[in-house]
Design a protein around this ligand. Sequence first.
Ligand SMILES: NC(=O)c1ccc[n+]([C@@H]2O[C@H](COP(=O)([O-])OP(=O)(O)OC[C@H]3O[C@@H](n4cnc5c(N)ncnc54)[C@H](OP(=O)(O)O)[C@@H]3O)[C@@H](O)[C@H]2O)c1
Length: 272
Amino acid sequence: MQSIKLKSGHEIPVLGLGTWQLKGDKCREAVKKAIELGYKHIDTAWIYDNQEEVGKGIKDSKVEREKLFVTSKVWTEHLGYDDVLKQCNETLAQLDLNYLDLYLIHWPNKDINLSETLRAFKKLVQEDKVRSIGISNFNVARVKEAKEKSEIPISINQVEYHAYLNQENLLKTCKENNIALTAYSPLARGEVLEDPILIKISNEVDKKPGQVALRWLIQKGIIVIPKASSEEHIKENMEIFNFELSSRQMNDINNIQVKRRLVNPDFSEFED
Ligand SMILES: NC(=O)c1ccc[n+]([C@@H]2O[C@H](COP(=O)([O-])OP(=O)(O)OC[C@H]3O[C@@H](n4cnc5c(N)ncnc54)[C@H](OP(=O)(O)O)[C@@H]3O)[C@@H](O)[C@H]2O)c1
């Protein structure tokens, strides 16, 4: 599995399993299956209300904890210093793990002092409960603000990014600040699978449109966390390391003119 070295010094596998809306046994099974098939990276969040099942899936896989990369996120209403510490402890208990590889601020909250949240993140790193810290759903201005305010490196910004939301400006800002970018909803929740340009390229490279959509992202240096529940999809999304898109194919996808934000589309702060 390819990985990217983060500013914290730790490595993140470029492919992870997303788990939003995976619940109960379906979630436990999907996590176990993905790890058995070779996934090393799992993405969850306190608000997904599935951390116990994610933890059980990890245990069921019998793969050593140190070989895995687990991300969780603190919910936007709990960004005060004590709330962050409390929610992280709850997350660790639910997952039945003693550390997280990555802990993210799930969404910015203008009513809570960002420096305070970041101080709590630093404390979690000092206590070995978290290895790397990051942000999620932060636009260009907020990325710069977080970098300035954090006393320890911000390793990741996790944002919506797919062929229908190519946020080049945000990607450039993250790269300039040595912050890796993780694409959530990398398949646009299934929407890009019907795209004529992706279908054309998938025929050229003899792959599925979804595999082309994910390959485009990793070739841009972006980490991807597609959510999949069936074994077929989990497997398909892994088979993106044995082919390459040409610069013409990359540019054809870069130039898709659709701009569609699927998660919280009214969050106008995003218009960079
Ligand atoms: N930080 C944030 O605010 C935030 C927000 C949204 C999402 N996320 C994270 O990002 C992850 C992924 O995003 P997402 O769940 O919104 O959407 P996504 O990964 O773009 O799409 C998931 C959908 O695509 C389907 N799918 C997966 N692989 C497929 C394949 N090979 N062929 C055809 N269909 C396929 C899935 O179906 P099946 O389930 O039937 O396989 C599911 O319906 C989330 O699960 C979550 O971990 C983070």
